[in-house]
Design a protein around this ligand. Structure first.
Ligand code: ARG
Length: 465
């Protein structure tokens, strides 16, 4: 039975009924719906719309409903209710009769769903932030474990300049830190209660909405009732933050897939997160990372989906908005799982130190340092770039590294080159020079790790990880 029998003379078409129902998606909002309903019962009492006995009955029954389905919320799906809000109300009516029928006084499913979704998002943000902290910890752990290991850094996927492996880890630490902060930022906008906005124009009852907001631990009540029931900006924001977060994980995965390739062999991924080929016995495929890269597309899809749903929707509530949840639920779940997978990948990763150094040494990644050497000797940078370019071309032809070229030969390109050039272009010395803030010198990276650990410790304390 629907909640609005009076106006209708015909039963709903059975296909329409299924088509219209969101229960199989929104049943996961059960806890939030009950929390919001308890708060609503309290404010109905506060405004003397119901008696204290009635409020107690409502609260006890709502708690019982939650208790009943706690272990298996999927039980809800046996019902033919249109959505989770109708399901809870029908349950209350079944349990309490007349008193149950009072819960919806002054409330609409429009402000109710907006409230439930905000409550749910707040919890999810905290959960994702915990996963982000764990991933950040794995990055720091790895950067300490392999501190001082040198590898080539790339631009255009060409070996560019040597870097510390830890420097690479810290680059991802920075990205994840920004994802975390973006979530903090949107949390402030989500933490506002729309309840009491009614269907669109506000509630017809004298209700203290600020007090109601506090019952649900929201920071305040929303300003405009029309906006409150129509606003899903926070869903769009969350999906956009998730898309950026997944983009980071996808780049991280791509880097590791490349480092793990037969061509690089910089890292070895554990057997526990890779799989073999049904045909080729030698294969060990980086499935975990490829899946993270692949799943990123689904999150982008959900972001585009919600943007398209809302483009051109008139104020205020429209049923199109019911389509807001599936993508959000899926995407946040994907993000959380991919963060967990990334942490597991890191915890088992082994670095092939020799291969990394060899590759950094053989890719002319110290050419900029040779150019800098000449500049230190008084040559202008543009000229030194030209001279170094010629030396590199010569080295490529002769299949030599820069440090293999004899001094006499180097002096033919530029007479002021001295024996100390070899020291200058040693990889370790190239790294050492990158000592200004953010550079890859061991001293700089060490202090970055120290700062990152301090920052993490504070976060862990605040977020109880
Ligand atoms: N199931 C609906 C949703 O998720 C709840 C709001 C329904 N409101 C309405 N006026 N039909 O959006």
């Amino acid at each position: 039975m629907a909640l609005w029998g009076g106006r209708f003379t015909k039963e709903q078409d059975s296909f329409f009924k299924k088509f219209n129902s969101s229960l199989k998606i929104d049943f996961i909002l059960i806890k939030e719906d009950i929390k919001g309903s308890i708060a609503w019962s309290k404010i109905l009492l506060d405004s003397k719309i119901i008696t204290i006995e009635e409020q107690k009955k409502l609260e006890t029954s709502l708690t019982l409903i939650l208790e009943e389905i706690k272990d298996n919320p999927k039980k809800i799906l046996f019902s033919n209710s249109e959505d989770i809000h109708s399901w809870v109300e029908k349950k209350l009516i079944y349990m309490l009769g007349k008193v149950g029928k009072k819960i919806h006084t002054g409330r609409s499913r429009n402000d109710q769903v907006a409230t439930d979704l905000r409550l749910w998002c707040k919890i999810q943000i905290k959960k994702i932030q915990k996963s982000l902290i764990i991933f950040k910890k794995s990055l720091i752990h790895l950067s300490e474990k392999y501190f001082s290991h040198i590898m080539p850094g790339y631009t255009h996927l060409q070996r560019a300049q040597p870097i510390l492996f830890s420097h690479w880890c810290l680059a991802y630490f920075e990205m994840i830190k920004r994802d975390f902060e973006r979530l903090n930022d949107v949390f402030k906008r989500i933490n506002i209660s729309p309840l009491g906005s009614g269907a669109l124009s506000g509630t017809g009852w004298k209700i203290n909405r600020e007090k109601l907001a506090r019952f649900m631990k929201f920071s305040k009540a929303s300003n405009n009732s029309l906006d409150s029931v129509s606003d899903r900006d926070y869903v769009i924001e969350l999906l956009s933050i998730a898309s950026i977060g997944m983009m980071h994980l996808s780049r991280f995965s791509e880097d590791l897939i490349f480092f793990n390739s037969g061509e690089c062999n910089f890292i070895e991924l554990s057997d526990t997160i890779t799989s073999g080929s049904s045909l080729m016995p030698q294969k060990k495929n980086p499935d975990a990372l490829e899946l993270i890269r692949g799943k990123t597309g689904r999150v982008y899809g959900d972001l585009i989906n919600i943007l398209v749903i809302f483009k051109g929707l008139p104020l205020s509530y429209n049923k199109d908005m019911q389509e807001d949840k599936e993508g959000l639920f899926n995407s946040l779940n994907i993000w959380k799982n991919c963060l967990k997978m990334s942490s597991i990948v890191l915890s088992n990763l082994k670095l092939n130190k020799k291969k990394c150094i060899k590759s950094a040494e053989s890719g002319y990644s110290n050419s900029t340092d040779l150019a800098d050497y000449l500049v230190r000797k008084g040559v202008s940078f543009r000229d030194s770039h030209e001279i170094t370019g010629k030396i590199v071309l010569y080295a490529i032809k002769k299949k030599k590294s820069l440090s293999d070229i004899k001094l006499k030969c180097l002096q033919k390109f530029c007479s002021i080159i001295e024996n100390n050039v070899y020291k200058s272009i040693k990889l370790k010395n190239c790294l050492k020079k990158k000592e200004s803030k953010g550079g890859t010198s061991p001293i700089q990276v060490f202090s970055e790790i120290k700062d990152a650990k301090k920052y993490l410790l504070k976060l862990q304390f605040k977020n109880k990880v």
